[in-house]
Design a protein around this ligand. Structure first.
Ligand code: ZN
Ligand code: ZN
Length: 400
């Protein structure tokens, strides 16, 4: 204990000397686990916000964005608990576990009504410095004719009304512009991301390619109706991702990064036809758990998306992309480096390695490369035919 104390003082002094010299001591980078797309009773989710947050916190997530449709949960909202037995039961559990001092409810003509906790209240309930962070968010939910156009604004400060427009592209762009405008006026980093483009096959590849200022989209979404894998006439979101980047780079835009998110709505029924929690998440590498640091890291591509496979290391240095899996017992892994040569119109598989570790040297004739890690681990509660756990790193470019 004494030794530890002296060591602490010693390092503190070293820290001070270094500071005086004007050098910042290098901070350790941590992996933070988070989900940026979640619903609650504030819109069409079937659970109370703090119950959802407590679930994610207990399941080793470090950050969560409750992204309800067209709300940022700042006002007073009462919900009526429907007659559905599951919801009635869930309310009773909520009341029992959180207590009548916390749960604000009343019974009116035999119907139970509950006041939802606001963003301030639920984040205050669950947040813990360095351990768990709640990021304000809204799923801006818009339409063009029969097309469903949804996008999240992570770290939003003021609610944004759906902006509308005269085409799918215009609706997307109008909403993105609003998010970026708010970022500019507030000086707070806020990022838009396009959600589930294949939901009702609403957003075409051409529309994604034409976007300006959009750097993120969902390559994986855990909702059962979003067609991550596409079908016989529509490409998968992963194929979409690569073609977007080939076109983005041709136009000198920064690359599009791919997120994995739950888009969870259903907390009482589990299975393929429900949108459940815990299916897809991001692992972000940053030195501090704060919205600003996380957004900086996301924008720098310092993260990977996963449906279960976790990585020990993703490093890109001197044009070498290195990946190391955090292995689970009796599970096999395949690391594939997918990329595109300059001038090509599609990607190819450059290298495939069976095992937990691999690296790939980018040549100067390559446009970008990313790694996809597949495994033999069965996902606990998959959607579509995505039965095995996998992970995707973000694309990188050679610097020569
Ligand atoms: Zn949506
Ligand atoms: Zn959603």
């Amino acid at each position: 204990m004494r030794t530890a104390y002296f060591l602490f003082i010693f390092f503190l002094l070293i820290g001070c000397t270094e500071k005086e010299k004007g050098e910042k001591p290098a901070k350790t980078l941590n992996w933070y686990k988070g989900n940026l797309h979640t619903h609650s009773y504030w819109s069409d989710g079937d659970e109370f916000p703090e119950v959802i947050l407590d679930w994610y916190k207990a399941n080793e997530y470090n950050f969560l964005a409750l992204s309800d449709h067209n709300t940022i949960a700042r006002d007073e909202k009462w919900v009526t608990i429907s007659e559905d037995t599951l919801r009635q039961k869930a309310f009773q559990t909520y009341l029992k576990e959180y207590g009548s001092d916390w749960v604000n409810h009343k019974v009116d003509s035999g119907r139970t009504m509950v006041r939802l906790k606001t963003f301030e209240e639920y984040s205050g309930w669950v947040q813990e410095e360095g351990k768990f962070l709640v990021i304000p968010s809204e799923e801006i939910t818009d339409r063009y004719e029969d097309k469903h156009i949804h996008m999240n604004a992570t770290n939003i400060q003021e609610m944004i009304e759906p902006q509308g427009g005269n085409s799918v592209l215009e609706v997307m762009q109008n909403n993105i512009d609003q998010v970026l405008e708010q970022r500019k006026t507030t000086g707070v980093p806020i990022i838009p991301h396009i959600n589930h483009p294949n939901f009702y096959y609403s957003i075409d590849l051409e529309d994604m390619i034409a976007l300006k200022g959009e750097r993120f989209f969902e390559v994986y979404n855990g909702h059962p109706a979003v067609h991550n894998m596409g079908d016989s006439t529509h490409i998968s979101t992963e194929e979409m991702w690569d073609i977007i980047n080939i076109n983005y780079l041709a136009e000198g835009k920064p690359m599009m990064y791919g997120l994995a998110n739950d888009d969870s709505h259903n907390y009482h029924r589990k299975g393929k036809k429900w949108s459940n929690a815990g299916r897809g998440w991001v692992m972000v590498q940053a030195d501090t758990l704060s919205a600003i640091k996380l957004i900086n890291a996301l924008e720098a591509g310092d993260f990977y998306s996963t449906t279960g496979v976790e990585l020990k290391e993703v490093q890109f240095e001197n044009n070498v992309l290195k990946v190391e899996v955090d292995v689970e017992e009796d599970i096999e892994y395949v690391i594939e480096f997918i990329g595109c040569k300059k001038g090509d119109s599609q990607t190819q598989s450059f290298k495939t390695v069976k095992g937990e570790k691999a690296q790939f040297s980018l040549e100067s004739d390559m446009l970008f490369v990313r790694a996809k890690i597949s495994s033999t681990a069965l996902q606990d509660n998959p959607v579509e035919n995505m039965v095995y756990e996998m992970a995707w790193t973000q694309p990188v470019r050679p610097d020569h």
